[in-house]
Design a protein around this ligand. Structure first.
Ligand code: GLC
Ligand code: CA
Length: 558
């Protein structure tokens, strides 16, 4: 069995994890200092968000040199040292690969925009203006405005799905593809174990570049910008060139994939990717079809959440493998977003963890999730994320389709910055993250919510995660057991069965702040894990009622 099938992977956002030299920015040496902490948690691999040379317009997702560590984070030697120190502890290293676009400061792009006939001219996607000078089509950027930017020198527009400082690479050009594969082999030679691939399902563009039907002439982001015509071909080629021969793990970020697309991407016989990060289950608190997109929030729809996750469990059963996550650097903190961070922070953090880690797939934990970190309650001026700022400008100032107040309400629930506040290690100034001025405001609750406090608390999110991870390592039923959703229409309870041979486990959580009654199926058995302290592991119980955010896994008798 592949190592990652019973593994748990931990994502580090280096900028906010641990600062070793007091400049206020987290760095590679800081990560190394915390390896024993991560080993204690029990994770098998670390995924590092980008640490390459970058102007940091999008916090490193805008790269100028794929082979050089940004001085903010340290040196290439620091990285080599971190990889070696991780490997010594049996922890693998997965790097972020941002191959849909580079920074506009990349030497490749600087050359490309200089003329139409140099080696790099076709490394990016250049098109002539429309006869009236307008952009080639009405595609939008994910960060607001048109996806095209004009360069007078070439008298052409270039395409950028994200900021204008993040020009999209032209994957139609075989030289681009080879340059990316070379870079991947370079890091393999430096002992990197695998890749998390940023928006990899956007690399192939429909070369017709057709306008979207759009009577309002707004730039919008729609289907054509994902899952393009040659996507599978390019990814398969990458598999043949690098992933297969050098056995590197691959997890592709796949914003618009349906479970049907996913099955094609991760079916081992097709030799593309090992897993993908899907977004469908993360849209359960978004008003469908609203012009304000993800800023049009609604309370979590638990039925939609569990039915979506169940659909993916079924779709990939025997045809691939799920990547399981609720949090990452683009997502808010679950207790604040979907749970209750005021009265049930511990309970809601652990309830969501239980239903996620009980599924088939590889769970990902985002830094701070393992201690139940929460969203900060910032005011608009405190946020710094380019996505938030560009969307505010577009939706509040230009389109005027959402009020500033409602935008702020949404930002406090779902904005990416919620996950990017520095890691809270202890109750000393700046939470032990830095001895200097932190690059980004801390969540003011750090004197109460921090690693040191949590590890000693009677109700410890950290110890709960340790136990979940231990179960993933030791219990085959979690890796290979069949999955069956129960009570699919219950608006509060998320309950499912895992079955392996004669073994049956019931995974259950009450995802509400009110007590719920369980009926319809047997609920007596032995506690495998539970988040209310009066239920002890190994104890035989009969569960009829689940208290607020109560969660448990119960082994049913043979
Ligand atoms: C991915 C990253 C996100 C970044 C974007 C552009 O979605 O996770 O942080 O802004 O791609 O690279
Ligand atoms: Ca630093």
């Amino acid at each position: 069995m592949a190592w990652w099938k019973n593994a748990v992977i931990y994502q580090i956002y280096p900028k906010s994890f641990m600062d070793s030299n007091g400049d206020g920015i987290g760095d590679l040496k800081g990560i190394e200092q915390k390896l024993d902490y991560l080993k204690q948690l029990g994770v098998d691999a670390l995924w590092l968000s980008p640490i390459y040379l970058s102007p940091q317009v999008d916090n490193g997702y805008d790269i100028t040199n794929y082979r050089q560590v940004d001085p903010h984070f340290g040196t290439n030697a620091d990285l080599a040292q971190l990889i070696a120190a991780s490997h010594q502890r049996g922890i693998k290293i997965i790097m972020d690969m941002v191959a849909n676009h580079t920074s506009d400061q990349s030497p490749w792009f600087l050359e490309s925009k200089r003329s139409r006939d140099n080696y790099f001219s076709d490394f990016y996607i250049w098109r002539d203006p429309k006869p009236n000078g307008d952009p080639p089509n009405n595609w939008g950027s994910n960060f607001g405005g048109s996806a095209w930017e004009y360069v007078p020198k070439r008298k052409q527009y270039y395409l950028h799905y994200y900021a204008k400082e993040q020009p999209d690479l032209n994957w139609e050009n075989p030289l681009v593809r080879q340059a990316i594969y070379d870079m991947m082999r370079y890091w393999k030679a430096h002992h990197v174990d695998g890749w998390r691939m940023d928006v990899i399902t956007s690399i192939s563009k429909d070369q017709r570049f057709l306008d979207y039907p759009n009577p309002h002439h707004l730039s919008v982001v729609m289907g054509n910008q994902n899952n393009g015509p040659r996507m599978h071909e390019f990814i398969h080629e990458m598999h043949n060139e690098v992933l297969g021969p050098f056995s590197m793990l691959s997890i592709g970020e796949s914003p618009a994939a349906t479970s049907t697309d996913a099955r094609l991407l991760v079916d081992p016989s097709r030799e593309e990717l090992d897993m993908i990060f899907t977004f469908e289950h993360m849209h359960v608190d978004r008003q469908p079809g609203n012009i304000n997109g993800r800023w049009a929030i609604q309370p979590i729809n638990v039925v939609q959440l569990k039915q979506t996750l169940a659909k993916w469990q079924d779709a990939l059963r025997d045809h691939g493998w799920n990547a399981l996550y609720f949090e990452n650097h683009d997502r808010a903190r679950t207790p604040s977003r979907w749970g209750n961070d005021l009265h049930y922070r511990y309970e809601s953090a652990t309830a969501f963890a239980t239903v996620l880690h009980g599924l088939q797939g590889t769970p990902f934990i985002y830094q701070g999730e393992e201690i139940g970190m929460t969203n900060p309650h910032f005011s608009l001026a405190d946020y710094e994320d380019i996505e938030l700022k560009t969307n505010y400008e577009k939706l509040v100032n230009q389109q005027k389709t959402i009020s500033s107040d409602n935008f702020l309400k949404a930002a406090r629930k779902i904005s990416r910055d919620n996950a990017r506040t520095p890691m809270q290690w202890n109750d000393s100034p700046n939470a032990g993250f830095t001895s200097g001025q932190p690059w980004f405001k801390l969540n003011p609750n750090y004197p109460q919510v921090n690693v040191a406090a949590d590890q000693q608390a009677a109700k410890s999110v950290f110890r709960y995660y340790q136990r979940l991870i231990h179960l993933r390592h030791t219990q085959d039923i979690l890796t290979t057991g069949q999955f069956e959703l129960l009570l699919p229409d219950d608006p509060h309870l998320f309950v499912y069965r895992r079955v392996l041979d004669h073994m049956q486990w019931l995974v259950m959580a009450n995802l509400s702040a009110e007590q719920q009654t369980l009926t319809d199926f047997p609920t007596s058995g032995e506690i495998v894990i539970a988040n209310y302290p009066d239920l002890q592991v190994g104890q035989n119980v009969q569960v009829n009622v689940l208290r607020p955010y109560e969660a448990a896994i119960i082994a049913l008798p043979d």
